[in-house]
Ligand binder design. Structure first.
Ligand code: NAD
Length: 353
């Protein structure tokens, strides 16, 4: 008999082509002012333009956001926010920039506006992180959830196809692990299945035509749903492995998700056959793992650890780091099984997993 509990997060979203034009008005409605705009160095010019458009609502720009929120970056942003009397941040960018806004929100109590430009989906989760001494520490805190998210698909048009593919597979992973799980939640599953369908249909269209705004919108919507699934759902072996490779071997976040997902899905399948087959169905494939691997390859996203410059001799260390803490996973994970999984992911072989 159906039985579950579910807690939502306080999302406030405006989604649509040219939604960015509504940012000043939406901020006024919520009493948000004294905004420090956040970007990476790559997106500084867009940040400058955004600051101009905020007029009296903006106090300055911090354009040094970096992957995984390094603690020195957070310190520098905090200093600038205090010096300028900022009361809120407007993070324009991908998960790295969103992450900085979240950390400032939790640590300094600044209100938090996010304008996502990738498919990371971080704006829909309560997960925040800071990296110090090479160690990324993540936690869940509802204060990290943005006070306002503006999704404007037009902003994703500049995302290079190769990165759009990997970022889209990052979103796909957030959804897939919340369907192919031993602890399914019907609410999360509904979000996740719709995310899988939206991403599987739209990502190939983006690769075929990067200027297809309709496909870009569908992918951004899929990423938002996937983030919502991650934000109110759970993570398991897949996210632990991504954390290991990102943290220990500095592999790119989105690409690592893209590579590992099919192998983790294949590894878990026998323990959760029905749930895994639901993923296959949503993908329109006979096999979830093969469907995911084929999708990644057709998009030009990486599908082996080799492509991430991981070396054969790194795998043993990856196994040890991954097993440092217990993992809540559909199938029990030990060193032998994990080593076998990583060997498959290294060469791109799904057979006999
Ligand atoms: P990113 O934010 O690091 O962006 C990668 C690069 O692409 C940056 O240089 C950025 O400026 C540029 N870029 C972004 N959007 C662009 C656009 N539209 N056009 C051109 N260039 C653009 O990459 P990401 O994958 O979005 O985020 C990765 C980070 O997000 C990681 O630190 C990861 O841990 C975190 N993350 C967190 C969560 C969460 O729930 N907390 C979820 C997903 C990802």
């Amino acid at each position: 008999m159906l039985e579950y509990s579910y807690s939502s997060l306080p999302w406030q979203i405006v989604f649509g082509v040219d939604a960015l034009d509504r940012l000043p008005e939406e901020m006024d409605q919520r009493g948000l002012s004294h905004a420090l705009v956040l970007t990476t160095a790559d997106q500084a010019e867009s940040g400058h333009n955004l600051l101009q458009s905020l007029a009296h609502r903006g106090v300055g720009l911090f354009s040094d956001a970096a992957m995984h929120v390094p603690d020195d970056t957070l310190r520098a942003a905090t200093k600038k926010a205090k010096a300028l009397g900022a009361r809120c941040t407007v993070a324009l960018g991908g998960g790295s920039t969103t992450g900085l806004g979240k950390a400032l929100s939790v640590n300094e109590g600044l209100a938090n506006v996010v304008v996502p430009t990738t498919y990371a989906g971080s704006e829909m989760t309560d997960i925040w992180a800071v990296t110090a001494d090479g160690r990324k520490v993540t936690a869940r805190d509802v204060r990290a959830v943005p006070n306002l998210t503006i999704y404007d698909p037009r902003l994703t048009l500049t995302l290079p196809p190769k990165f759009a593919a990997a970022s889209g597979m990052n979103a796909m992973a957030q959804a897939v692990v919340n369907v192919a799980t031993h602890k399914p939640n019907p609410m999360v599953r509904a979000l996740a299945l719709e995310a899988i369908r939206a991403l599987a249909a739209s990502l190939p269209r983006i690769i075929a035509d990067g200027a297809d705004l309709d496909a870009r919108a569908a992918a951004l919507h899929g990423a938002s749903l996937a983030g919502a699934a991650l934000g109110t759902g759970s993570t398991g072996l897949h996210h632990r492995l991504c954390h290991t490779f990102g943290g220990t071997f500095n592999t790119s976040h989105a690409q690592t998700h893209s590579v590992l997902l099919p192998y983790v899905v294949a590894f878990n399948r026998d323990a959760i056959v029905e749930a895994t087959d639901s993923v296959a169905q949503a993908l329109g494939s006979n096999s979830a793992a093969e469907g995911l691997q084929q999708l990644a390859r057709s998009l030009g996203a990486p599908s082996t650890l080799k492509e991430l410059n991981v070396r054969q001799e790194d795998l043993e260390q990856a196994v040890a780091v991954t097993l440092e803490a217990p993992i809540d996973n559909a199938r029990p994970v030990d060193a032998h099984a994990l080593s076998n999984l990583l060997q498959h992911a290294f060469t791109g072989d799904l057979a006999d997993l």
